[in-house]
Design a protein around this ligand. Structure first.
Ligand code: SAT
Ligand code: MN
Length: 615
């Protein structure tokens, strides 16, 4: 198929306009077939950009440039007409100015390269919740990753209408006559990278980066930043949330979504192996949830993605066996280390490497006797990734591609909070739940900042969506409040909302590994079980000033190690003093950022919390 064969006139005209601007040597309309995948991968291998892995069937390792290893938040723009609509947490440039700058960069940017036209679907094909887009890119790596992460190619044309999302991407490295990449990852320098969103036009323009969320435009750019805008316009929710299916020993099922800032084990929770007998967790999604009201007034969620773009370091048999199996074949690895026998290795994989390794920068180095490496000298980049098909996950739920989505019973929020926030508490109402989402954050540690003065402060990441919301965060809070007041639903039908904290610490207690008062991982199933019963309205709670909490004996502790049993009362009580400090921090440092956009319901929740705590 060629551009001329594209039947949708709007798509065809847009492609032709972009071809004229970017001037690629050739244009290929992708069919999404296995043969095409193999051909593009071979092109990458021949160009020295990808290495086939002898130890993992049909799997390949890419190394990016050190300047292109992660999302670039300060080069990510929400280019709404009015700055106020981008809000206090986004970077903004006026659309006219940004378009002029980017058109200058796009002019001739695909010289010496092929432009790929990749139609794709976010969500199960034909699902009433799914949305469609077309990505134009000059990166084979992007096409290959999008093939895994989305439903892409031929099969999507029949669903693509005039409301498709145009996604234009270039690595920003044109080639002169006869010039080749010579095995060097193509991208532009940092100040020429632009990851731009035009919310009024539902348009995405990305330039200068070939990596992850900057370049796989279906993911953060479309399924979150543009989708949050669509969701607000159309009355649904586009969220940075995992979706899991929880089955109790009686075989009853509930679906739960959860939002956590980075480094809180979101993917691990989505693929958790319960330690309590008879319970089962299966995965519907590990990163993004789109939730819409069904006819019955309940919220139904789909995972718009078809793969996992997971952080490799720290993934081990112990932390997430299911992810390792998912990434054992047909997987793209990026910035991992390469072993002599043709496998990948990373810090925290659970065993030391042997012999020589090629590190993520391409240098050959002798492996260290331990699995850990000094900061800055890691063999795998800390943000090294695996791109694996979701269907390869051993715990993928049988209904993960259900077109109508799965009905959500509970929503979890959480962060890394060494003090104050208990193991679990439940919101009293939808608005109180929105309040809990709005205060999500993790404590800044020496490991997560270069600014010593910030250590101990809370880095707020409301709904874990700060880097991914396509409009004003105050208006986003209001949208959540409005969803709860939607006439097609009521309080009984809405998901119950919970705040969990797996990360309470007591550094003085030598019995606790790492000082953590809760073991986490599979043991989190104990909390999930309490949440499950709460959704059934069981009498397993007490009412406290901060919300509902497990009553004595309600949390299953059978088989829990003694040190954690001893720590439990402390992490299941209300720390009044700590919470009063929390209230003060929210009032003085967090809520003022949103000015008049902060919903009055949230200020009311804060006042109410303070009153209850002071009684
Ligand atoms: O690179 S991605 O944006 O896809 C992943 C992440 O940073 O959360
Ligand atoms: Mn994410």
């Amino acid at each position: 198929m060629t551009v001329n064969d594209i039947k949708n006139a709007k798509i065809k005209a847009w492609v032709e306009e972009c071809v004229k601007m970017c001037e690629p040597d050739s244009v290929v309309v992708c069919d999404g077939s296995r043969a095409e995948y193999d051909r593009l991968m071979k092109k990458c291998v021949d160009a020295g950009l990808a290495t086939p892995l002898a130890k993992k069937p049909n799997s390949f390792l890419f190394r990016s440039l050190p300047s292109d290893v992660a999302r670039v938040e300060n080069r990510t723009f929400i280019s709404s007409v009015k700055e106020e609509d981008a809000g206090p947490t986004n970077h903004w440039i006026a659309p006219k100015e940004l378009k002029a700058t980017m058109k200058g960069l796009y002019k001739g940017c695909m010289h010496g390269r092929t432009m790929y036209v990749l139609p794709f679907c976010m969500g199960p094909l034909g699902s009433p919740i799914a949305k469609y887009g077309v990505e134009l890119t000059d990166s084979e790596y992007v096409v290959l990753n999008m093939d895994i992460m989305t439903r892409a190619g031929e099969q999507t044309w029949q669903y693509l209408g005039d409301d498709f999302i145009p996604c234009l991407h270039s690595v920003g490295k044109p080639l002169n006559n006869g010039e080749k990449d010579n095995g060097i990852w193509p991208c532009a320098d940092v100040d020429h990278k632009y990851i731009s969103h035009f919310p009024e036009e539902h348009l995405i323009w990305s330039y200068g980066s070939g990596y992850g969320g900057n370049a796989l435009l279906g993911k953060k750019c479309f399924a979150l930043r543009i989708a949050t805008v669509l969701a607000r316009e159309e009355g649904w929710l586009a969220e940075h949330m995992l979706i899991l299916k929880l089955t109790n020993p009686k075989g009853e099922v509930k679906y739960i979504t959860g939002a956590f800032p980075s480094a809180c084990g979101k993917t691990n929770l989505a693929m958790l192996i319960p330690t309590i007998p008879g319970w089962k967790v299966e995965t519907v999604g590990d990163d993004i949830a789109w939730m819409k009201f069904g006819k019955d007034g309940r919220l139904y969620a789909i995972n718009p993605e078809a793969g996992f773009f997971g952080v490799a370091p720290g993934t081990s048999e112990e932390s997430n066996k299911n992810a390792l199996v998912a990434a054992s074949k047909n997987t793209i690895f990026t910035n991992c280390a390469l072993t002599e026998d043709g496998d990948v290795w990373w810090e925290g994989i659970g065993y030391p490497a042997k012999g020589k390794l090629v590190d993520w920068k391409g240098n050959v180095r002798e492996a260290l006797p331990k699995d850990k490496s000094p900061k800055g000298e890691e063999f795998a980049h800390p943000n090294a990734r695996f791109t694996a098909p979701a269907k390869q996950c051993p715990c993928i739920a049988s209904d993960w591609e259900s077109p109508e989505g799965v009905p959500i019973s509970a929503i979890l929020f959480g962060g890394r909070r060494p003090s104050t926030i208990p193991l679990v508490h439940q919101a009293r109402s939808w608005a109180h739940g929105v309040f809990l989402g709005s205060i999500v954050g993790s404590e800044i540690t020496a490991a997560s900042t270069i600014n010593a003065a910030d250590v101990g402060k809370i880095r707020r990441d409301p709904f874990a969506i700060i880097p991914f919301c396509g409009y004003n965060m105050g208006d986003y809070f209001q949208h959540w409040i409005d969803v709860g007041n939607n006439p097609s639903t009521n309080a009984d039908k809405l998901p119950k909302i919970f705040y969990v904290n797996w990360f309470r610490k007591d550094d003085d207690n030598a019995d606790l590994p790492g000082g953590f008062m809760w073991p986490g991982y599979g043991e989190n199933s104990r909390v999930l079980a309490w949440v499950f019963d709460r959704c059934d309205g069981k009498d397993n709670f007490i009412d406290t000033p901060i919300g509902y909490m497990p009553k004595e004996g309600a949390l299953n502790t059978d088989g829990l190690s003694d040190c954690y049993k001893k720590a439990l009362p402390e992490i299941l009580k209300v720390d009044r003093e700590g919470w009063l400090k929390e209230v003060k921090d929210i009032r003085e440092n967090h809520y003022p950022k949103f000015g008049k956009h902060l919903p009055k319901e949230l200020s009311a929740c804060l006042d109410d919390l303070e009153t209850r705590l002071s009684k």
